[in-house]
Design a protein around this ligand. Structure first.
Ligand SMILES: [Cu+2]
Ligand SMILES: [Zn+2]
Length: 262
């Protein structure tokens, strides 16, 4: 059944896919191979496309009797691989010349016990290209100004759900099913100086595509992370880092905060 009898099939698909398809700048992703400059593939995507064509050539040599229809289907497959890989990149990728930024505004847990400090701050992220190392900037305040402050663990947790305070962010984000402290968001321990933590680190986490930590949570803990050396099950799950002081949800951002605070 066609709802758009007067519209050619491809246009009908585009209009169904996105209500702003016809507007200038309405970004559909790349359902058909890009004709605008902003949708041109990156160097790596072009290489993927060439590899797809290379596979096609090998297949044709191996099957000399391959039909025209089969060749057409293989060309379509190669094009769709290219188009779908372009589609997976968010618009900020081209807007920021291949760099993605994210921000996470840290606030005390809604279920924070009275004896725990109120921690506030920002955790900022910057990553150049999908293969670049994720840079993480931690700026946190509100820790006790003890003479010998204890280290505090910071991790990325699975869910960006703060409905029950930091409790509802789940366990550590663990896409590979490995033990702590090998999770991509196991940032380690940080010691406050005069009640403040200000550190810049590199992380194995990523802002790009399927395993992106966008929409997940950063959690600041009460105590030190034993880094898997505690000798019990909890150590290999979460490092026995104690209660959750503060947390936030990681969201896509402009470069403004990073440029200001880094
Ligand atoms: Cu944690
Ligand atoms: Zn972990």
């Amino acid at each position: 059944m066609s709802l758009h009898k007067d519209v050619p099939p491809t246009r009908s698909l585009l209009r169904h896919a996105h209500p702003h398809a016809a507007k200038p700048g309405g970004n559909l992703g790349n359902f058909h191979c890009a004709s605008t400059r902003s949708l041109l593939p990156s160097k790596s995507q072009f290489i993927i496309f060439l590899l797809s064509l290379d596979q096609l050539t090998v297949t044709m040599r191996a099957h000399r009797s391959v039909s025209v229809l089969e060749v057409a289907l293989l060309v379509l497959l190669a094009c769709s691989q290219q188009c779908s890989s372009t589609y997976l990149l968010p618009p900020e990728f081209s807007q920021h010349n291949g760099t993605l930024y994210a921000a996470c505004k840290v606030r005390p847990s809604a279920s924070l016990a009275d004896d725990l400090p109120n921690v506030y701050g920002q955790v900022l992220f910057k990553q150049d290209q999908a293969q670049g190392k994720l840079q993480v900037l931690l700026q946190l305040t509100g820790f006790p100004t003890d003479e010998s402050p204890q280290p505090r663990a910071v991790h990325i947790h699975q869910y960006g759900d703060l409905s029950q305070g930091c409790t509802s962010t789940g366990g550590h984000y663990n896409p590979y099913g490995v033990h702590h402290p090998n999770h991509p968001g196991d940032f380690g321990n940080f010691v406050a100086n005069e009640g403040r933590i200000g550190e810049r680190i590199e992380s194995e986490a990523t802002l790009f595509v399927g395993l992106s930590v966008l929409g997940r949570a950063v959690v600041v803990h009460e105590t030190v992370d034993d880094l898997g050396q505690g000798g019990d099950a909890g150590s290999l799950l979460h490092g026995n880092a104690g209660r959750r002081l503060a947390c936030c949800v990681i969201g896509m951002s402009s470069s403004n905060l990073w440029d200001e605070l880094s």
